[in-house]
Design a protein around this ligand. Structure first.
Ligand code: NAD
Length: 499
């Protein structure tokens, strides 16, 4: 069956938008030789459209295009020109912000308004931030001996592979493309087969911005076939991956068994929020609620475990529940909606299974716990109390709107409970005491600690995990290290003219 590249998609607000459904290789939209993949609207459970997926030959073609472009054009493009192109791309994203947000809302089920004012706005800021770095990446001169001149160069890696998840389709792409391109790499990205649409809109803007063909290549396909083939590819110098810890382990195996490509793994989490006895309770309740329920609980850094000092448990719980009860579930295109559906049937079932497991393990289901509405993959915001650290719901990543609350007596105990996890992505502490804030921040084994706030991001600050939440940093100046390699040049002075 032949399917045309551009499809008209009807939104629930009556508008129609167009979407590319072909692979983007060498600045062209081309049909894929893999199976067609149907993408589903999680708010209605109905098919949106089918997209083409890549075969191994398509992956080879994308890597070839990127390699040729890197060798002949992109590595010779001046840093200032790279920065100018990235800024142009950010301008075009700003122009088409509504379309990008609509595609993510349709495909993922997230609120259109939040996607526009959060995800896409932040993605544009991310491109602008790294555009500014493009001509400020440089090495050092190092004094060794009187007759030598040594200097370092921070060189691009070449062709970078990227594999991203479905929870922030545009933003996860931005976090990888922006530093990779600024540092002078070409990229082959595989989007999640569950949310492929917005990346192709982004691809059209890459072409319009005037990037040379081959700098940006975007394909989609299943992880165990296309993702695996890409992560084993000998033409890929580094794999930048965001997704689950299990898949991260597979990517590591693929690297080990192929060419030892460098890795950056941004993986799962089970972040703790510690609410101390001296916390400002209204603030803690509001921020902790956002910390877990933002993006329907589908956040790697979600603050899924809340440890509250026993003396304020009831007061905190009452305030927290008031916020949770005010969460508006509904159609992603309703401007009032905060929580849309979970991403798909598999995740929906998995979350409901975890809720059943929590009850069986002896946690008290305090609020929610059920499907919301009989159409769409909606789940009520769910609160468990009286949770213990040995419960599966306290140790495993649920990736849905489920929070587990537990109490502590001393700060030492809170730190111990919070660190009792295989994950180490993020954590938070609510306190009015500076000493406590700094002590807990220093003790938490996590890559980000928020104090009296949660889930606050900025493109200038690094983000990445400890322990099984992975390694490597996205965002901030630190991200540039992930996309460059350091060469040292040592020159013997006087050797060529006999001085
Ligand atoms: P996932 O691991 O199932 O899939 C992520 C991507 O990997 C997809 O594109 C998928 O097709 C691909 N993939 C699957 N198997 C593969 C294989 N064998 N080889 C290569 N690629 C393969 O994760 P998901 O369900 O899409 O996303 C949710 C997960 O992502 C959660 O665990 C969440 O915590 C994590 N996440 C982490 C961060 C972070 O920055 N640390 C951010 C967002 C999401």
């Amino acid at each position: 069956m032949t399917v045309s590249d551009i499809q008209n998609l009807k939104l629930s607000n009556g508008k129609v938008i167009q979407a590319h459904t072909y692979l983007f290789i060498n600045n062209e939209f081309v049909p894929g030789r893999g199976p067609l993949i149907e993408t589903i609207n999680p708010a209605t459970e109905e098919a949106i459209c089918s997209v083409q997926s890549a075969s191994e030959e398509d992956v080879d073609a994308a890597v070839r295009a990127a390699t040729q472009c890197y060798e002949s054009v992109w590595r010779k493009t001046s840093p200032a020109d790279r920065g100018r192109l990235i800024n142009k791309l950010a301008d075009l994203m700003e122009r088409d912000i509504e379309e990008l947000a609509a595609l993510d809302a349709l495909d993922n089920g997230k609120s259109f308004v939040i996607a526009r004012d959060g995800d896409i706005t932040d993605s544009i800021a991310c491109f602008r931030y790294f555009a500014g770095w493009a001509d400020k990446i440089h090495g050092k001169t190092i004094d060794t001996t009187f007759d030598k001149w040594c200097y370092t160069r921070h060189e691009p890696l070449g062709v970078v592979g990227a594999i991203i998840p479905w929870n922030y389709p545009t933003m996860m792409a931005a976090w990888k493309f922006a530093p990779a391109l600024a540092a002078g790499n070409c990229v082959v990205m595989k989007t999640s087969e569950i949310t492929p649409l917005s990346a192709y809109k982004f691809a059209a803007l890459v072409k319009e911005a005037g990037f040379p063909p081959g700098v940006v290549n975007i394909i989609t396909g299943y992880g165990h076939t296309v993702g695996k083939y890409l992560s084993q590819h000998l033409g890929i110098a580094k794999m930048a991956f965001t997704g689950s810890t299990l898949t991260g382990q597979k990517i590591m195996e693929s690297s080990a068994q192929s060419n030892l490509k460098k890795l950056q793994l941004e993986l799962g989490g089970k972040s703790a929020q510690i609410v101390c006895a001296d916390a400002d309770i209204p603030n803690a309740a509001e921020k902790a609620c956002f910390g877990i329920f933002n993006n329907h609980g589908q956040n790697c850094n979600a603050g899924t475990r809340i440890f509250v000092h026993e003396s304020i448990h009831d007061e905190f719980l009452a305030a927290f529940v008031r916020h949770v009860e005010s969460i508006k579930l509904g159609d992603p295109f309703d401007p009032e909606t905060f929580q849309g559906p979970q991403i798909n049937k598999a995740q929906f079932d998995r979350i409901l299974d975890y809720i059943a497991i929590g009850e069986k393990e002896g946690a008290s289901l305090y609020l929610g716990g059920k499907r919301w509405q009989d159409k769409g993959y909606f789940i009520e915001p769910t609160i468990f109390i009286h949770c213990r650290n040995d419960m599966r719901i306290m140790q495993e990543e649920i990736f849905g709107p489920v929070v587990c609350i537990s109490t502590f007596k001393t700060i030492d105990e809170a730190i111990e409970l919070a660190n009792d996890s295989k994950f180490g992505l993020a954590g938070g502490v609510y306190t009015s005491n500076l000493d406590t804030a700094i002590r807990v921040s220093n003790e938490l084994k996590a890559g980000t600690v928020w104090v009296n706030c949660f889930d606050v991001f900025d493109q200038a600050t690094p983000f990445g995990g400890y322990k099984q939440s992975g390694f490597g940093k996205e965002l901030g100046k630190y991200a540039l290290q992930e996309y460059t390699q350091v060469k040292v040049v040592k020159i013997q002075l006087g050797a060529s003219n006999g001085l």
